[in-house]
Design a protein around this ligand. Structure first.
Ligand code: RIB
Length: 313
């Protein structure tokens, strides 16, 4: 089986469900409060492992109860967690408000994720040997991402960056990214090109392509996915599904995508698999709690088992 490495964040999500997310200065009654294992890195790893992938995680948690709980969730999903280090600080935390339409906003406090540094990476870097792909997100320090990108290139390991939350990508590492997976807002923040229209999305993706990234995949929520390579530029229609909570939709997409991509590098197949994974996840509450198993994704039928999924084609 192909080895997948995820280097990223581990958070405990403090989730508040409410009818409407309050505006600045407003107080509203909430419906429910939950603590749910999350973190973009950990969510993507859970998706990869639940879908049957061989996934090793590089990252850090604090010596606290949240750290223990998220590690337990990751272990249960069969992620190899032996390289994760504990630090004398708090585990990363995300405060998430989810409204009745399943839309959310998130404040993220990095905690132990911010302590991923060169010495730690040096202590675990041998796991990159023989890996197919290294998957990262922006919830860990930029220096750590830069260093990992360089190591991956040296070891001939493909790299995927999910630039969430969005921030500038340093020029010296941009061409070390093989696959980038932003959503439309992140793409706009990174390139400065407006992405409300299809033309805008294409233009912004071309900017990244011209800087040396070979595969650009833009997740567009209910508008689907856009793919740009040297050979194709195309939009994929979204599966329509009932939305309970969109938290970790992008993470589920990336997990599904990676699992298929490492099998045969077929981008269309991998994107479709990622879309199915995300369509199931948005029908459920929470981050790691919403991620489907391999069996669920493979039995996903349009108009089938899991509600009324369909594609306008
Ligand atoms: O992508 C969703 C994740 O973003 C949540 O689980 C939360 O931890 C934040 O990092």
């Amino acid at each position: 089986m192909k080895k997948i490495i995820v280097a990223g964040s581990i958070n405990m999500d403090l989730v508040v469900r409410c009818h409407e997310i309050p505006k600045i200065g407003e107080t509203v009654p909430g419906k429910e409060f939950l603590t749910i294992p999350g973190g973009k890195g950990a969510n993507q790893a859970v998706a990869i492992a639940k879908l049957g992938g061989d996934c090793t995680f590089l990252g850090k948690v604090g010596k606290d109860i949240f750290g223990q709980k998220v590690l337990a969730s990751m272990k249960e999903s069969q992620i190899k967690i032996e390289k994760i280090k504990e630090e004398d600080c708090s585990t990363g935390v995300a405060i998430i408000n989810v409204d009745d339409k399943g839309k959310n906003n998130i404040i993220y406090i990095e905690g132990a994720n911010g302590k991923i540094d060169g010495p730690y990476i040096d202590s675990v870097k041998e796991v990159l040997g023989g890996a197919s792909i290294l998957v990262m997100q922006n919830e860990i320090p930029q220096d750590a991402i830069n260093y990992l990108l360089k190591l991956a290139r040296e070891k001939n390991v493909k790299t995927l960056l999910n630039p969430a939350p969005a921030r500038e990508i340093p020029e010296e590492v941009i061409s070390l990214i093989d696959i980038i997976v932003p959503n439309e807002y992140e793409l706009e923040r990174i390139t400065g090109v407006q992405t409300q229209t299809e033309e805008g999305i294409k233009k912004a993706a071309k900017n990244l392509f011209d800087l040396g990234i070979k595969i650009i995949i833009v997740t567009l929520g209910e508008r689907g996915v856009f793919l740009k390579t040297d050979k194709v530029e195309k939009f994929f229609t979204a599966y329509k599904a009932e939305v309970v909570d969109t938290t970790a939709a992008g993470d589920s997409f990336i997990g599904g995508f990676c699992n298929k991509f490492v099998e045969n590098s077929d981008l269309d197949e991998a994107i479709n698999y990622g879309q199915k994974t995300a369509a199931i996840a948005i029908g459920r509450l929470g981050a790691q709690t919403s991620i489907p198993s391999k069996e669920e994704v493979e039995n996903f039928k349009i108009g089938g088992w899991y509600g009324t999924y369909f594609k306008d084609e």
